[in-house]
Design a protein around this ligand. Structure first.
Ligand code: SAM
Length: 251
């Protein structure tokens, strides 16, 4: 298992996350997650575990309906989620090796799944999910891309205004998403953040290495762990990412 490498956005630049990708952006998508959980598991305040919760933005729209526990590899992202989701139990952990010794009705993995860059990473994460689910439990995963929807290179760019330490902040984000080596399962996003804070402008760069797998690979790896797999389309998100959910039931 390779050592996890945290991008700067989840380290010293984590304070930018709520500005770059505010919780309100996740409202429509979270509705699909909520409806999917209720359709599959019925009504009730189900116990859910989110792996790679990040700032907890997607989760913040689900805590009214479900009892949540959340983990992340980054202490700073975990702190953001704790502040936003005070009723949620939080733990520091790696989704590939976490062992909480308890089971849940559903395990949720949002875009954090992107940081699984090999089939072994995915298989280890699905094992974690399986060990934390009751029989008949649900695993829901939302990869940003699969091989079939990915076209390289792509450029995304957006501007955000917000508050940081009580002062105004503007962040212009440019993402250059490309595939430096088409023979492996890794792709790369090079982010440039132009930050105007307290009247001062500065530029920061950050590289995120993420995984890319075909639908057939996703399905095979999930089935090998005993899941039955369906896919559900998500509304197009603001950045232009076209996503869907893998909805996997543990037999
Ligand atoms: C894009 S952020 C998630 C944002 C989240 N969906 C939200 O709503 O705020 C990706 C997160 O994945 C986490 N992550 C990356 N690799 C991980 C791993 N192996 N185990 C747990 N978390 C991981 C990062 O620390 C980061 O917080």
């Amino acid at each position: 298992m390779s050592q996890p490498r945290l991008p700067r956005l989840y380290n010293e630049l984590a304070y930018l996350w709520p500005i770059i990708s505010p919780p309100s952006n996740y409202e429509d998508e979270a509705e699909v997650w909520r409806n999917t959980i209720k359709d599959k598991l019925g009504q009730g305040r189900h116990r859910v575990l989110e792996l790679g919760v990040g700032g907890g933005h997607n989760l913040s729209h689900l805590t009214e309906d479900f009892q949540a526990t959340a983990i992340d590899l980054s202490p700073r992202m975990l702190d953001l989620s704790k502040k936003l989701n005070p009723g949620v139990e939080h733990h520091l952990g790696d989704m590939r090796s976490l062992r909480l010794e308890e089971t849940f009705d559903a395990v949720l993995i949002h875009d954090a799944i992107a940081y699984m860059v090999t089939e072994d990473d995915l298989a280890a994460t699905f094992e974690t999910a399986k060990l934390h689910l009751r029989a008949g439990g649900l695993l829901i995963i939302a990869p940003d891309w699969v091989r079939e929807t990915f076209r390289a290179p792509m450029v995304f760019h957006w501007v955000r205004n917000g508050k940081s330490n009580g002062g105004d902040i503007q962040v212009t984000i440019q993402e250059y998403l490309h595939d430096p080596d088409t023979s492996d399962t890794e792709i790369e996003s090079v982010f440039t953040y132009t930050i105007v804070e307290d009247g001062q402008e500065r530029i920061e760069q950050d590289t995120h290495t993420t995984g890319l797998f075909s639908m057939a690979t996703w399905t095979r790896l999930l089935e090998e762990k005993g899941f039955q797999v369906e896919t559900v389309r998500l509304p197009l998100n603001e950045g232009g990412y076209s996503g869907f959910l893998f909805v996997a039931e543990l037999s």
